[in-house]
Unconditional design. Structure first.
Length: 72
């Protein structure tokens, strides 16, 4: 029963970094991290919309991030 309960608990997602809450010397890194998190979240949303199969999701996300980086 314990195993079935742990499998049904949703995984905790990583929160978006807020550059305003970090020390000024780390603000640039926090802004870059936040931009990366937003790109990852957008690609995950695209995968959800296109109903990508779980076994193909990693490849889809990597390809999405690569094309996003190439366009910028």
């Amino acid at each position: 029963m314990f195993v079935s309960f742990t499998l049904t608990v949703p995984a905790l997602a990583e929160k978006l970094v807020d550059p305003a809450t970090v020390a000024p010397e780390y603000r640039d890194a926090a802004e870059k991290r936040r931009a990366e998190q937003i790109r990852q979240r957008d690609c995950a949303h695209k995968a959800d919309v296109e109903k990508v199969m779980p076994r193909e999701r990693t490849a889809f996300l990597l390809q999405c991030l690569e094309t996003d980086a190439a366009t910028k």
